[in-house]
Write a protein that binds this ligand. Sequence first.
Ligand SMILES: Cc1ncc(COP(=O)(O)O)c(C=O)c1O
Length: 401
Amino acid sequence: MKESTKLGFGSLCAKEIKPSITAAPHILPIYATSSFAFETLDQGINIFTGKEKGHVYGRYGNPTMDAVAEKIARMESGDLETPAAALLCSSGMAAIHTLVLSLMKPGDKILTQANLYGGTTELFQKIFAPLQIEPVFCRLKDLEAVEDQLKSDPSIKLIYFETPANPTLECVDMAQLAMLANKYGAKTLADNTFMTPYFQRPFNYGIDFIIHSTTKFLNGHGNCIAGVMLGRDVEFMQTKVWTTMKLSGTNANPFDSWLVYNGMKTLHVRMDRHELNATALAEHLAGHPLVNRVNYLSLTNHPDHLLAKRQMSGFGAMLSFELKGGLEAGKNFMNAIRIGTLAPTLGDVDTLILHPATMSHLNIPREIRLANGITDGLIRVSVGIEDLQDLISDFDRALEA
Ligand SMILES: Cc1ncc(COP(=O)(O)O)c(C=O)c1O
């Protein structure tokens, strides 16, 4: 219908009006649209058949989502000669699920560690194992054990890891893992949520794929759920992984993408402040008479201090500490703390506290928990960017309680 034709009221209600854009927006807009219109049928055919670049339908991609993915790809591939590719998903779990599904087929196995984020372990055991894609658990720090596994089982096609891992901050040697994986024809996938590309870039060590829960530090403000998948093999990301995402519907949405985009603008400033506070708090707690042990990677008594120094450019916001009084002391502390919020997440600007024994690791048998250093009195802290003095005095007050 020609614009000049006089429309009935109902048609006017339903009609899409083309906005008159007289100036390009300075800030990325939220493209809240499920589909994209074509100027002509030929253009539609060209975009559909991939001859011309363009957006089609929100599940396939959207300018807001793509801008966020591109920014993260640039951050993670800052030191590479050719940029990696990234796709934004509806959550960190969706990113892990979509990428692993794209990489594996029935009969393949995933070599991984016991101290993964609990949701990832469950995904491997409850969703992938019944599809004949089984996890094999191994101490990935023990490179001899890793090589034995790879040598004895050629069906291992992926090494999946977190470094540092939750909540004891155990690290794995990425360069060595990548070297072993190459030798035995497996791929490597790192969950880089804890460190972000500001402090750690797994691609620099030869890692093939990365995921993030962008829900955490990349967003930083605790107001959205999203995730990202990244790969150095751009062709594979743009074909196999993109197809898996669009057909599974695990794509992000424009509003949450935009919230991640906003958060990332201050990532470097936040991460510096997180680290400054975490270092000071860790040192303070390490000298406290009611604290048995502090796990923070800047402390020279952490078993992975030197490895962390080698492969990370900062120590991040995450620490954990063990109280002398066990479970009771842990509960008392959690109930007394005021500056930190008891919440099952991490990476926000405010301090977040979690008691692994009764929260994140509740379903893990006690002996396995203890063998991984997760004792009853252990408390995990995602140190925020508050004034340091307020943090220290409130921790002292809650410890006395
Ligand atoms: C290290 C890590 N990876 C992945 C996830 C899953 O991310 P999401 O909650 O965004 O699905 C989490 C969630 O806590 C996490 O801590």
